[in-house]
Each structure stands twice: as structure tokens, then as C-alpha cells.
Ligand binder design. Structure first.
Ligand SMILES: [Zn+2]
Length: 538
């Protein structure tokens, strides 16, 4: 149907007016107070220093994580927050790294940059042994090495080429980058398939990895060594073992800086023997099978039965101090609570902070919390075959809603490192666009302007989104997140940008405050519909 241009202009005009109702306005006097507190009396870097320098790293289930959780609760009480407590969920055994050293001692002496993988056992004291390069890609390779590996350090991968860094490691969004983020993705493009083992239609290599580990254990190797992703002394290290108490044993496993790994490989290629000396002391904490989320509140006034949440995952990997992933988001969420308390603003709804654990193991803490309080979603066991009918049924079962589901106004999350906020991902919820547009307008001069209808994944807002609750993450400058810090030994305080942290705390505080003040709760998307069964052809 065709209309005269003037008429369609009028229709469009009315439509735009209805998109931006008059009550969607930022409260500029509250924002002035939030900016004044967050910019002139900031504590965000001091909080960050405690989380990283003093209590980092914070691997879920580790003793340091417990101390950090205690510290956060003490801080909340000091600030006058209410209902400060932890809530537990079943996690598995904790793991501590007690001591580690690695050296090359033959043909010449050199200290080595390396870290043990989490949940792997230690060596029996200080071990000095020869090194062997081994290639095992399938079970048929076992016979080649059987009986030849006892007591040796095993290099499990070929050397990896290291290229010069011609591009800067740190990046901020250009205006054009930011425009691209706000564009809807091409609907003709196939949906992205989940990564990693267990992808529908692809054989899982988890089983094979278990068999290879069992082979190394039965052969009695000293430890496995692999080159880390990254270079320039930066290594990315995660888990090599299992949190389950009755898990099959794995060998000690160490990730080494690629330059040191390659050097050993090149010496071995010359038929010259290499000896390493390592001491790995680790400790499994079998006593407490639970981990904990930390909660605290500022109670509301006339709508205090309703809830706004701000959160971040408090846990990290163990080789750095977990600064960008995710002491940054945690320090900001804590600072948001401090700012809101110290400004004396009186939110109508109750504002609750959640510092989640177990995020790095699969959003375990936030998911357990959402299950407990808002909507129960069946959780398939981690080792269930993802191609099975049983797995499909479990993941497609609609959540069972609990009474507090109806009282939930919104959840705000930061988990993309140190980079300042450039906008908000709407998580496909078009109805919040005009609301966030109004709330974000006063932060244009701080660089936060973009609203993207896209989803962003990978962190705790998904636990809320999955049961139809409005949960949001910000669009952040990546800075060095993917190139240098995220899960690496260089994820440390010094990689955090103070100005960005202050900007984020102020903006998140404003979003949380406005969510607590709005007459209505934030609009919701309909509950997620079951996805059609995967054909497994992708
Ligand atoms: Zn994270």
C-alpha cells in the first residue's frame, strides 16, 4: 500500500512521540549527586586493589576467594548496607596453588615463565628430569610411547610460531566501530553455533582427552607442559582437572610461555638433552563442597518489595590477580552500592548486589541464585552428552516461575574488563530502547551513547535473561581484554584504567538508580520459546 509522503510523515511523527513517553526522563539532580560522589570521592581503585593485590587471584573454591568474600562483606557492613550474607550452592572441591617453580637446568640454566593449570595435582617435591616431545592425537598413538615416558616432563604440543606485534594490543571503539555495533546483524546469516566440545553434530573430544590423561597417569610422567596462548611472557591458563571429588586422576600440567617452550623444542630438535627442574605444590579442598555468592542490599521505600540487582562475577582464573576478569566489574558493582548509599538517594525499589562465584566454570553462581529465587530451570549434568535427546529435553523445559519473579525490575552487569562504557546491549528487548535512551542521554559527554539491539553473551546477565528477566550488559571498549588480559597471567591491577573505572561506576549507578525509581518495572521480553531441534548439519 502506498501513502502520500506527508501522511506517512505524520504517522511516523506520532509513532516517534509514542516511543518516547514524557516520563522517560533522566533525573538530573540524582545524576549530579552520583557524578559528584563517583568522580570526586571515588573509591573504586582502592576496592580493586584489595580484590586483586591483597585477595587475588580469586579462583572459585580457593582459600583466597573465601578471604575476598569475607572482605567484601566487611566492607558492605562498614558502608551501612543491609542483609549482608552469603548463599551457597554445590560447586565441588576447591583448589589452592601453594608453591611453584620451574627452571631449565640442562644444557644450560634458565628460569622459566610458567603456571600450573587449576585443579591439577602437584609433583612429589622438587623433580629434576629429562624432557620429551610427544605427539598423541588418538588412542592408536599410545603404543608408540608405552613404557618410555616414566618420570619425564612431556611437551605435548609442537612449537608455535611467534609473530611480531604490528597492531596495538589496546583498542577503543571508533565512531564507525560503535555505529556497526548498533546495527542489527544480517538476518540472512546463519546463527552462530556454540563453540567447543559437544557442538551438535560433532564428536566430543572430551572422552579422548580423558583417555590421554589416563595414559599419561598410568605411564607415570613427571608433568605435562604445553605452550600458552599469547606471547611476550603473557600466558593464558585455565583448568586441567576436575572439581568432582571422585574424578579420575590427571597428571600435573603446566602452561609455559611460548618463547621458553619453543626454545626447549629447538634444543631437543638438535638431539641435545634438556633437563627441567620443577616443584608444584597444590592442595585440593575436599571439606566444603559448596561455593558462595555474596549479597547485600539498600532497602527501598514505597516499592521495597520489588527488586533491582547489580552484579558481577567475583571469581577469576588463577595465574594473574583477576583484575579485568572480573575484579573490575565487581569493584564497580561495589562502588555503585557505596555511591548510592553515600549520596543519600532513597531508591523506591530495593537494590541488591550479587557478587557471583563459579562464573568461569559456567555461570554456576548466578544460575544457582536465579534458580533459588526467581525461576527454576533444570540443569543438565556437565558431562551429559549434548547431542542426546535427554539433554535436549532438559534444556528445552520451560522454567518454573517463583513468586519473586513477578517482583523483579532489572539486573545490571559489568564483565568486559577495564574499558569504559560506550552504550548498552538491549538483549533483543526493543521496548527498553526509549527508556535507556533517556537515561543514557546525560552521559553523552562521557562517551556512552550506543544502544544495540544485539545480545551479548558469556556472563551472568544470561542467567536472568534465560528465565525472561530483564538483564543487561554494557558495550565497553575492549582495551587489551582479548589480546592480553582475559584469563592471562597479566590480568593484573596495572592493566586497569582508572578513568574508565570511574566512568563505569557512575553510569552503572545511574542505570541501577533509575531502574529502582521508574513507576513501572522494566518491560520484559516474552519467556524464551523452545528452540527447534538442531539438525546437526552445520
Ligand atoms: Zn568474566
Amino acid at each position: 500500500m502506498r501513502r502520500k509522503p506527508i501522511l506517512s510523515g505524520l504517522v511516523l511523527g506520532l509513532f516517534v512521540v509514542s516511543l518516547a513517553p514524557a516520563d522517560e526522563r533522566a533525573d538530573l539532580s540524582a545524576i549530579w549527586k552520583i557524578k559528584d560522589e563517583g568522580l570526586n570521592r571515588t573509591q573504586v581503585m582502592e576496592i580493586l586493589s584489595y580484590l586483586t593485590d591483597v585477595h587475588g587471584p580469586r579462583l572459585t573454591g580457593s582459600s583466597q576467594m573465601r578471604k575476598a568474600q569475607e572482605w567484601a562483606q566487611t566492607k558492605f557492613k562498614e558502608w551501612g548496607l543491609e542483609n549482608v550474607h552469603t548463599e551457597r550452592y554445590e560447586f565441588g572441591r576447591g583448589w589452592n596453588l601453594k608453591r611453584f617453580s620451574a627452571h631449565m637446568v640442562e644444557p644450560t640454566y634458565s628460569p622459566l615463565i610458567a603456571y600450573p593449570k587449576a585443579w591439577t595435582p602437584g609433583t612429589r617435591g622438587l623433580v629434576r628430569a629429562e624432557v620429551m616431545r610427544v605427539d598423541i592425537d588418538s588412542e592408536s598413538d599410545f603404543d608408540t610411547y608405552r613404557g618410555k615416558l616414566k618420570g619425564l616432563f612431556i611437551l605435548t604440543q609442537p612449537p608455535r610460531e611467534v609473530e611480531a606485534q604490528f597492531n596495538p594490543q589496546g583498542r577503543r571503539y571508533s565512531d564507525e566501530d560503535l555505529r556497526n555495533v548498533t546495527m542489527m546483524p544480517d538476518p540472512g546469516q546463519p546463527a552462530r553455533q556454540p563453540r567447543g566440545p559437544g557442538r551438535p553434530g560433532q564428536p566430543s573430544n572430551r572422552q579422548l582427552q580423558r583417555k590421554i590423561n589416563a595414559f599419561y597417569v598410568s605411564e607415570g610422567v613427571a608433568a605435562l607442559v604445553e605452550p600458552g596462548r599469547g606471547d611476550g611472557g603473557t600466558i593464558f591458563v585455565s583448568s586441567g582437572g576436575d572439581r568432582k571429588k571422585d574424578a579420575a586422576p590427571v597428571p600435573p600440567q603446566v602452561v609455559m610461555a611460548v618463547e621458553h617452550y619453543n626454545r626447549i623444542c629447538r634444543i631437543l630438535d638438535k638431539k641435545i638433552k634438556v633437563q627441567l627442574e620443577m616443584e608444584i605444590q597444590t592442595e585440593f579442598l575436599d571439606q566444603d563442597p559448596y561455593d558462595y555468592n555474596v549479597l547485600a542490599e539498600i532497602s527501598g521505600t514505597d516499592k521495597k518489595e520489588e527488586l533491582v540487582m547489580v552484579g558481577a562475577h567475583f571469581d577469576s582464573w588463577h595465574s594473574g590477580t583477576g583484575a579485568t576478569d572480573n575484579a573490575a566489574g565487581s569493584a564497580i558493582a561495589m562502588e555503585v552500592m557505596r555511591i548510592l548509599k553515600d549520596t543519600g538517594l532513597r531508591p523506591r525499589r530495593t537494590i541488591r548486589i550479587g557478587l557471583w562465584s563459579g562464573e568461569e566454570q559456567g555461570l554456576l553462581g548466578s544460575r544457582a541464585y536465579v534458580n533459588e529465587h526467581f525461576a527454576l530451570r533444570p540443569t543438565p549434568p556437565e558431562d551429559m552428552d549434548r547431542d542426546s535427546e535427554e539433554y535436549r529435553k532438559l534444556t528445552q523445559t520451560p522454567p518454573t516461575l517463583k513468586p519473586d519473579h513477578a517482583k523483579f525490575a532489572g539486573y545490571w552487569n559489568v564483565d568486559n574488563g577495564t574499558g569504559k562504557i560506550r552504550g548498552i546491549y538491549l538483549q533483543g528487548n526493543e521496548e527498553v530502547r526509549p527508556i535507556f535512551e533517556a537515561w543514557l542521554a546525560p552521559f553523552k559527554d562521557m562517551g556512552a551513547t550506543a544502544l544495540s539491539v544485539r545480545n551479548t553473551g558469556g556472563t551472568d546477565h544470561l542467567s536472568f535473561d534465560a528465565v525472561g528477566l530483564p538483564g543487561f550488559q554494557f558495550i565497553q571498549d575492549s582495551v587489551e581484554y582479548d589480546t592480553r588480559t582475559h584469563h592471562s597471567n597479566m590480568d593484573v591491577y596495572d592493566r586497569i584504567q582508572k578513568g574508565d573505572m570511574m566512568q563505569m561506576a557512575v553510569i552503572e549507578a545511574a542505570m541501577v538508580y533509575h531502574t529502582a525509581m521508574r513507576d513501572e518495572k522494566l518491560p520484559r521480553k516474552p519467556l524464551p520459546k523452545p528452540q527447534p531441534q538442531s539438525t546437526g548439519t552445520q
